[in-house]
Design a protein around this ligand. Sequence first.
Ligand code: GLN
Length: 291
Amino acid sequence: MSRCADPGGTVGAFLCQAGQVLRAAGIEAPRQEARLLLAHAMACREADLLRDPRATVPEAAARAFGALLRRRAAREPMAHLTGRAGFWTLDLAVSPQTLIPRADSEAVVEAALAAFESPAGIARVLDLGTGTGALLLAVLAECPAAFGVGVDLAPGAAALAARNAAANGLAGRAAFLCGDWAEALTGRFDLVLSNPPYVESAAVPGLMPEVARHEPALALDGGADGLDAYRRLVAALPRLLAPGGRAVFEIGAGQREAVEALARAAGLVPLGARRDLGGIERALTLAGRPA
Ligand code: GLN
């Protein structure tokens, strides 16, 4: 390991050494993550940290930082170390029981809002496999008159999503329950959202270590061809969609045609796909059978 210029025990020295540790662990932006983790350990903002690189890191913070660094070097996701992830306009708590909200999934929110002439057209929203509640809560935040239900098979996810709703002032308009997709649900919804597991089973072990080792297989593994969840979802949609209702599903790279075919076979009408930040078709909009 090369020498660090700042004197030992200072912010500068900790950042320098931590950057080297993270780089050696294969982390893409080691210095940036070192700053985030040290700020987290010192319970301060990054800007405060950088104002004085020669400040001494208090002992308790140094110990906490060491523990965080070891976990990150073992490729635990940053969001699990800080316990938070930003999504859309929301600050969300995350846990290893749910997928960490991804910026690419914001394409689903955009597609959902674009599928209606105005937010007032969205009164009842359903989010199947809600995880942290990210998709549902983002849409509710944009549609002040809407009410939503989030369903997840994992009890820990439904509980976490409920806490996220409360923390973002949306508890009065969101309910969360534990269930197997929409099996236990009756009623019709203007908007049905889902970011289901869609990775082919055989591809899951080859995902980035952060994902493969630390995110729940339940939220990733879409079966042999990655499409198992979509089969369940499209089968349920005809009884879940209100007249004029829309479904918006997140899809994996290259899955548009296959999911559209499943949707058509179930009597649904594909209305187009929206791309994510990387230019990949990520959010598929579907309508019910025309009256
Ligand atoms: N986008 C995720 C990944 O590739 C997969 C999410 C999902 O299966 N819904 O890591």
